[in-house]
Design a protein around this ligand. Structure first.
Ligand code: ZN
Length: 136
């Protein structure tokens, strides 16, 4: 897939403001955007570190994916997102290689990126997100 870099690391947190305060005050990063992604039932805060973002994810509903994740595993790293080109082709190729996909076609993620997830069963236990910034 030749990802150019890690686009972001998604971290499930139970309280967005508490988590932001840690990343800002202890690590010295700056939160530049907070976005509600209603479809995913999360509130997301973004901080930049080099070319990589930290994406803090707070559930807005216990039935959402982050709500369920925190109930099962507690707070922590939820997924790692790689920046790729031609995301549709990458998904087709991965599926041909026997990789289990969560999304067989890209969908809209936060910040207008096209995103798709690979199933942790095929990735040694890590939820991997592919994302592509399409210039429109
Ligand atoms: Zn993500």
């Amino acid at each position: 897939m030749n990802p150019s870099h890690i686009e972001h690391i998604g971290i499930a947190v139970s309280n967005l403001e508490t988590a932001i305060s840690f990343y800002e005050n202890v690590l010295g990063l700056k939160c530049y955007n907070i976005e509600l992604v209603a479809e995913q039932k999360v509130r997301t805060a973004f901080l930049m570190v080099g070319k990589t973002k930290i994406e803090l994810l707070e559930s807005t509903n216990p039935e959402g994916p982050i709500g369920k994740f925190i109930e099962k595993k507690g707070e922590g790293i939820h997924h790692i997102a790689f920046a790729v080109e031609n995301i549709e082709e990458q998904l087709v190729r991965a599926e041909k290689m026997g990789v289990k996909l969560i999304d067989s076609a890209p969908r809209k993620g936060a910040e207008g990126l096209d995103i798709a997830f690979l199933h942790p069963k095929s990735t040694s236990g890590v939820l991997i997100e592919l994302c592509e910034k399409k210039v429109r």
